[in-house]
Structures are given as C-alpha cells and as structure tokens.
Design a protein around this ligand. Sequence first.
Ligand code: DX5
Ligand code: ZN
Length: 215
Amino acid sequence: MTKIAPSILSADFANLQHEIIDVENGGADYIHVDVMDGHFVPNITIGPLIVKAIRPVTKLPLDVHLMIEDPDKYIRDFAEAGADIITVHVEACRHLHRTVHAIKDAGVKAGIVINPATPVELIRPILSNVDLVLFMTVNPGFGGQSFIEEVLEKVELASLWRKELNLNFEIEVDGGVNQSTAKLCKKAGVDVLVAGSAIFNQKDRKEAIEIIRNA
Ligand code: DX5
Ligand code: ZN
C-alpha cells in the first residue's frame, strides 16, 4: 500500500499538536517536516526546536526534509531532536557519500533528494547507501505549487535501477501531489507520497488521505 506523508508546512502552526494527531488518526504513515533556511530556498520555516516539540506528540516516523545549505552542520541536532529519516539535497552536499554516512552514524535513516532539474544519473552511484530517495515534483520552497510531470521519467528510471541492483530504498515524491497526480506517481513506482495542501487544506483529513492513497 502506498504510504502517505502529510507535510506540516500547510498545517495550522498555532495548533500543530492537534493537526498532527488529526493526520495520524486519519491514517498517515509519516509526518513530513520541511526545514528551510532562506538560503538554499527562498523561505524560512522550522528548525530542530520544533522537531523536538512534536516528537512526543506522535508515534509516526518524522520524515525531516532539509532544504538548507551545508546540512552536515545540523544532522546531529535533528537526530537528537527525534528525526527518524533525514533527507538532504544532493544540490546542497559537496560530499554526499560522507553526509549520507554521517546521517546513518547519527542513528537515523538516510534519504537523498533531487530537484526537478537535477539529472537522476547523479544519484545512481550512491543508491546502495540510502534508505530513501525523494524526487521533488516542484521547485522546493513553498506549498501549493503545481506538479512537474517530467520528473516521473526520473522516478521510473530509479525504480528500474532499484530492481536491477536488487536494492530496497523507498521512492518518495514531494510537491503538487493531489488525487490526479498521485495516480501518475503510483504508476511510476512511488512508495511514499508527500502531500501538504491537498491534506491540510481539507476539513476531513482522513478522507483526504484516503483519496490520495487510493487514487
Ligand atoms: C516544498 C516542500 C513540500 C510542500 C509540499 O518545498 O518540500 O513538502 O509542503 O506542499 P504541496 O503538497 O502543497 O505541494
Ligand atoms: Zn518537503
């Protein structure tokens, strides 16, 4: 079954605890946490302090997506705050292999993420080292943007390589996921769908999660 990772970027931050409980009760599989630094992306969101604050609120894995420059500096902080998966942008890592192993050494699952315009060939040499590959289907920085369909060709290729190389990393997509784009993602081989606005902008989160999962 396709996993659903609601992105709290579109949640009501004044009621974050209740928002998280709501999507957990609605059947979410991960809680997706978008960390932005105002440098790697043109927006500033949350840091380890918030991850620490929400950790006791849910039993679900915290899927922490770092959209920050020099992520190596903050891996330990996010791991100690309670992240279960830390995902770093290949565009922000000068020594990606080292960073991936630093995440694992911190006792956390390691994910890598590529922007829509970054070639998928760039990640092939490191696939055997990672637990998750995240494909951005929007340019990172904001919720509520539209899905870039061309990214699915990269997803299909990664899914093929996973089979050929006999690996078992999860394939996740992030950005513009709704009922119709979720369908395309599932066909391309996606295991985890991140969705922000398509879940948190709906009154009934359980129904919103089911619609995306069953698309
Ligand atoms: C975008 C973030 C996403 C964002 C997705 O930079 O990484 O996780 O919250 O939002 P939607 O689902 O609204 O496109
Ligand atoms: Zn994200």
